[in-house]
Structure formats: structure tokens, C-alpha cells
Ligand binder design. Structure first.
Ligand code: PCA
Length: 214
């Protein structure tokens, strides 16, 4: 049995729901064979989100951690390749903090790559019928903060722990009057299950196109 910790976020930015947490809850109701899922809902607050993530890792001792968050405006599931050591908030977090140009961890490396096979995860989500692509920026808000903190925790304190981050589109209920792309949480959950199976069963990535020109 491979233990997978899936995290999602609480709503932020005036939204009433966060599709990342909705999808994580749905995914965990129906774990694929050979996997056990633990879940945690993280606060959308710099610092506190990492404290909650660390507590969840300590409580569940996972082999793999897949954190997820909402990326409103993106049309598909995006498997993030790189976390950067930068907090630079465009909007306040849920505690009203708006850090500018601050490192997540002072003195730590500029960036970490995800240690999931990101292209294989994208291929698996697509094979499950869920639109997905590789992303090369997780932004500079709380999601990147958590992704960077996760990879730093793995690199410095939890050898063998593998981790990554998946951004998810809005849910349909969030865009009824907005004309923005959306995916139903059940579809996102199917994609997350496929990502989890891939992360649990392979460490080598596949050779496939996933880069971008801009
Ligand atoms: N998305 C935000 C933070 C929480 C979330 O779900 C982000 O992309 O940083």
C-alpha cells in the first residue's frame, strides 16, 4: 500500500468554494486499488498553510504528497514542475497578509523541481479523460508557498518523501456569470486519482512534449 496525502485549500479571494478541496474530498471517497489516501484542507494563509501541511505530514507519514489549489482561469488540470523561493502576493491572504518579494525560506535554494513524474501524471490524467498539461509556474501566492515548503521539507527532513502540486480550474458554479473555463470537481477528482496512481507506481518520467515557448 502506498500512502498518499492529498491536500486542498479553503476558499479565498471572495469565493464561496475552493474546487481543489472539493475534488480532494471526492477523490478520497474512492481510492484506487493499492493506495490509501489521507487528506487535509489547508488555510489560505502564508505560514499557517505550511504549519498545517507539516502537521498533516507528521500525522499521516505519507510516501507521496500531492498538494492542490485553485488556479481560476486555467482551462485544465496543471501539474506543476517547479516551486520558487518567493512570496509576492497580488491579493491579501485570508488573514489579510500581503507579503511582497520575500523568500518562503530565507537562505534556501531558489527553486525545487517536483519529484513526481510530471509528464506521466499529465498523460495519466488525459488517459482518464481529464484535460491536463504541464505548468512551469505555480505563481507567487499561497499555492507556490506550500509547494516550495513541501519540497523543502522533503529535501531537508524527509528523505524519500516525494511531492508535487496540481492546480485545478474553477468549478462550474463559480463561473456561471463570468465566462471563464471550468471543470466539474468529479472530473478533477478523476484526474487526481490518475495522478496519484502514477506518482505511486513510477519515479521515472516519460519522454513527451510538455514545454512551452512563452
Ligand atoms: N489557490 C491559490 C492559493 C489557494 C488556492 O487554492 C494559489 O494558486 O496560490
Amino acid at each position: 500500500m502506498t500512502r498518499i496525502l492529498l491536500t486542498g485549500f479553503e476558499p479565498f479571494g471572495g469565493e464561496r468554494t475552493n474546487p481543489s478541496w472539493e475534488a480532494v474530498r471526492l477523490a478520497a471517497q474512492d481510492p484506487p486499488a493499492g493506495l490509501t489516501f489521507a487528506t487535509a484542507e489547508l488555510p489560505c494563509v502564508f505560514g499557517d498553510a505550511l504549519t498545517a501541511l507539516r502537521a498533516a505530514v507528521e500525522a499521516t507519514d505519507p510516501d507521496v504528497v500531492v498538494c492542490t489549489g485553485q488556479a481560476g482561469g486555467r482551462p485544465d488540470l496543471t501539474v506543476e514542475r517547479v516551486a520558487i523561493n518567493l512570496d509576492d502576493a497580488r491579493i491579501p491572504d485570508n488573514a489579510g497578509a500581503r507579503p511582497l518579494d520575500r523568500p518562503v525560506v530565507p537562505g534556501a535554494p531558489a527553486a525545487y523541481f517536483a519529484t513526481l513524474p510530471v509528464k506521466a501524471c499529465v498523460a495519466a490524467a488525459r488517459a482518464a479523460g481529464v484535460p491536463a498539461s504541464v505548468s512551469h509556474t505555480a505563481g507567487t501566492f499561497v499555492c507556490n508557498h506550500v509547494f516550495y515548503g513541501l519540497m523543502h521539507l522533503a529535501a531537508t527532513e524527509r528523505p524519500g518523501l516525494r511531492g508535487g502540486f496540481v492546480h485545478v480550474p474553477y468549478a462550474p458554479e463559480q463561473v456561471l456569470d463570468r465566462g471563464a473555463p471550468a471543470l466539474p470537481p468529479a472530473a478533477v477528482a478523476a484526474g487526481l486519482r490518475a495522478v496519484a496512481v502514477t506518482a505511486a507506481t513510477r519515479t521515472e518520467d516519460i519522454r513527451a512534449v510538455g514545454g512551452t515557448t512563452h
